[in-house]
Design a protein around this ligand. Structure first.
Ligand code: SF4
Length: 227
């Protein structure tokens, strides 16, 4: 959870046109970046290289045209709703770490509905359900129940929870979720190991490959972030 910089986003049009799906293993791609640069990686490298003001302006115009082409003149505002601060990991930068002696709370479904209705009264129709990583408190069935309860009132429901197996995402999708957010935090394996001192989050590859599992499960939108 936390920290805000988007590295990439995979969007799949519901009508299934106008998008190129690139099949790749993220772990394999990451580990071979320095050895073998694909055309996609070279293009990305060019995009993030230092630019003049004129080049930046040209990129901004291209970006604007693509945004209009794909999404029109829309702006999507979403509100996060925190379901639980229970967590089985220790991350050196996060107050939810399991060894921190804080009050732990997991909302029951009635509380989730009440909180969501408050957001709906403020005008929000897109919601992000956020939870620490704890399969016992914020696992598949609980998340599916929350999503199902909110689906009638929200046009878009996303989740930001611990990475799961593909089959565990399915009931959450069937309940009405469409988006998944996962923070990779860093793509540097050494720093990652240093920051994540205990718990399943120490498994860098499982987290990195979550994008593939999300796509396989059927999420319409998946966003993966790092600092
Ligand atoms: S895994 Fe747990 S401790 Fe680590 S950032 Fe997420 S909520 Fe915080």
């Amino acid at each position: 959870m936390g920290r805000r910089f988007c590295l990439y986003e995979i969007g799949v049009c519901e009508r299934g046109h106008g998008h190129e799906i690139i099949v790749m293993s993220f772990v394999e791609t990451l580990d071979n970046l320095a050895l073998k640069k694909s055309e996609l990686v070279k293009r990305f490298e060019h995009l993030i290289a230092p630019k003049s003001d004129r080049e930046f302006e040209a990129m901004a115009q291209t970006s604007r045209a693509l945004t209009l082409q794909n999404f029109g003149r829309t702006m999507r505002l979403f509100a996060p709703l925190y379901l639980s601060n229970e967590c089985i990991n220790n991350c050196r930068y996060c107050g939810f770490s399991r060894d921190n002696p804080i009050l732990r709370v997991t909302l029951n479904v009635d509380d989730v509905i009440a909180e969501a209705q408050h957001l709906a009264r403020q005008g929000f129709r897109q919601i992000l359900l956020v939870a620490g990583e704890h399969p016992k408190f914020a696992g598949r069935d609980y998340l599916a129940e929350c999503v199902r309860a909110l689906a009638p009132d929200f046009s878009s429901i996303s989740i930001e929870v611990g990475p799961m197996e593909t089959e565990d995402y399915v009931p959450i999708l069937e309940a009405g979720a469409e988006g998944l957010v996962v923070y990779q935090e860093t793509y540097n394996r050494g720093i990652y190991a240093e920051m994540h001192t205990a718990g399943p989050k120490r498994d860098f590859n499982f987290r990195l490959d979550c994008a593939e599992r999300a796509y396989a499960a059927g999420f319409i939108s998946s966003a993966f972030f790092h600092d």
